[in-house]
Design a binder for this molecule. Structure first.
Ligand code: ZN
Ligand code: ZN
Length: 557
């Protein structure tokens, strides 16, 4: 007997579909809910002053429903970085493997939320009951250890979320994707497969972690000085392999940069990163060993402004410097949007006289995401009723959909969705329900952990209201404006005469505001930034009835 749509499973992406990062997928059956992953997106240089971007979890807080658990597939920031915000919106037990929870615990401690959190360990191959759902973690290979796919039994059917994965049949047993388990789920029947689309544009198979070893051997052999390796601080399999090579070549190892130190500690405590204590050294004693006996893992492969590697590249790091004879290896992909920053970083490192090796010049990086052959392999093993491409910019989701069609999945069974869409799946078919609120929150560096007052409900709002970046240069001695403020806008006003006038008025208004502000504000860039933001928003609201996002940049000279 059919109950209509009552038993439909609803899938509601709050992030990650249409962008890189922000992974957060709500799964619902009747009033029961799960959240799969809660990730951040890294701020790009186009949003100065914005430190991180997290999904808007208002849907979980504001609509009726019971959140039974937050399931984490693995420990990358784009899957766990926004957990504290999800917990604030809707407290629930958090499920993850031990390394994932190890990383999570650190993040929550930083936000003072560790004591209240209910963390429950997932073990691949062991099912857990979460509300009316039964969750089966399946081991998958990825660039961080302890990654899992999740097969979730719901009363409306099985949903299988791949997490980030690649097939990599040559991986060590503890890193390998459990293809047999995926096939077994295919035999039982899967309603929906949510599959990683990051590399849907790459042909063939994704290579294996071991592929990087020869390039590192070569770097160690020909470098007479220090070797610095920068990768994601979560890339434990990479760190492990490079550390092994270093051990064979007689180099001691240091971890430099907060995230690097933290994550290495967590992985070592869990026995996932075996480095003999005698080969470890503190960053402060880096100067004591001859350069050719040093390997330093340094955070900042994306050129993040205050990261250890950025500081090294401009010779401002307190304990680490590079020069002729040294080699810096960038062993990570460049996240889209960071290309120019990374390029500048590489240039600055060359200026120090060292050599720089990156994925463009040697095989020092292998992706953790499955390419087209990996994706087809997953699809043919799971044989889902519906495929929902997730995790990627829209072009990757679309390519993934086309690939599935080529592999024989009928077009009406591939569901392309974006953040805020509501997919309803069941025996009666698949349909889209009215959209829900989804978007992102921008976190301001000056505000620490506080969410900026500016809430961008979604990209549509941003594109409708636009963005204004006032750039102010202050004299350090006097706190006075050194030159008239500049105003950069996007999507707010066009370049007509009237808007030019509006921006000129805004500039004059800013000059007045700066002149009349209280004395104590003058020497505090953070306070100045906040004043400019608030006053300018008020100004634009009054003049245009619109509320652009205002992100001031305040520089002192
Ligand atoms: Zn990942
Ligand atoms: Zn990811």
């Amino acid at each position: 007997m059919t109950t209509g749509f009552d038993d439909d499973v609803r899938l509601i992406p709050l992030g990650g579909l249409g962008e890189f990062g922000l992974n957060a997928m709500v799964l619902e059956w009747r009033e029961h809910r799960l959240l799969i992953d809660a990730g951040v997106m890294f701020a790009s240089p186009e949003l100065p002053g914005v430190d991180a971007i997290v999904p808007d979890f208002a849907y979980l807080a504001d609509t009726p429903g019971i959140l039974h658990g937050i399931l984490l597939t693995h420990g990358h920031e784009d899957h766990i970085g926004a957990l504290s915000f999800a917990l604030q919106a809707a407290p629930a037990p958090v499920y993850g493997t031990r390394l994932t929870l190890g990383f999570v615990r650190r993040r929550l401690q930083e936000r003072g939320m560790a004591s209240g959190a209910d963390l429950r360990t997932l073990v691949a191959g062991q099912a857990v009951e979460v509300g009316p759902f039964r969750v089966h973690p399946i081991h998958v290979a990825h660039s961080v250890l302890d990654s899992v796919a999740l097969a979730i039994e719901t009363p409306g059917g099985v949903v299988l979320a791949s997490g980030d994965f690649k097939v990599d049949p040559t991986a060590a047993p503890e890193e390998r994707t459990d293809l047999a388990a995926l096939s077994a789920w295919g035999d039982r029947g899967v309603l929906a497969l949510l599959a990683d689309s990051t590399n849907a544009e790459q042909n063939g198979w994704t290579g294996c972690e071991d592929d990087v070893v020869p390039a590192f051997e070569e770097v160690f052999d020909r470098t007479p000085g220090r070797v610095l390796v920068s990768c994601f601080a979560t890339s434990i399999p990479r760190i492990k392999r490079v550390a092994e090579v270093a051990g064979r070549k007689g180099r001691a190892i240091a971890f430099v940069g907060r995230r690097m130190v933290d994550n290495a500690e967590v992985a070592q405590r869990l026995g996932l990163l075996p480095i003999p204590p005698s080969s470890l050294m503190a960053p402060s004693s880096l100067g004591e060993l001859p350069p050719h006996q040093v390997l330093a893992f340094v955070s900042g492969s994306q050129g993040e402004p205050l990261s250890a590697l950025s500081l090294v590249s401009v010779d401002e790091h307190p304990t680490l410097a590079v020069g002729p004879g040294d080699t810096v290896v960038l062993s990570a992909r460049v996240i889209p949007g960071n290309e120019r920053t990374v390029s500048r970083l590489i240039g600055n490192l060359f200026r120090r006289g060292c050599d720089v090796v990156h994925a463009g010049t040697a095989k020092v990086h292998v992706s953790g995401h499955g390419s087209r052959a990996d994706l087809v392999e997953l699809l043919t093993r799971v044989r889902p009723r519906y495929l929902v491409p997730v995790h990627g910019e829209y072009r990757m989701l679309a390519q993934h959909a086309r690939l599935a069609a080529q592999a024989g999945l009928p077009a009406d069974r591939v569901l392309l969705a974006e953040d805020g869409d509501v997919l309803s799946l069941g025996s009666a078919g698949a349909r889209k329900l009215p959209r829900v609120a989804a978007g992102r929150l921008l976190l301001d560096r000056s505000g620490g952990d506080e969410i900026e007052d500016v809430v961008v409900r979604d990209r549509r709002h941003l594109s409708a209201q636009g963005i204004v970046v006032p750039v102010l240069v202050l004299e350090k001695q006097t706190g006075r404006l050194q030159s008239p403020p500049e105003m950069v806008t996007r999507g707010f006003v066009d370049v007509s005469e009237r808007s030019a006038e509006l921006l000129e008025d805004a500039g004059r208004f800013l000059v007045e505001t700066m002149d009349s502000r209280p004395q104590e504000e003058r020497f505090d860039p953070a306070l100045t930034r906040e004043r400019v933001r608030v006053e300018l928003r008020r100004f634009f609201k009054k003049r245009t009835q619109r509320r652009p996002l205002v992100i001031p940049v305040v520089m002192e000279v």
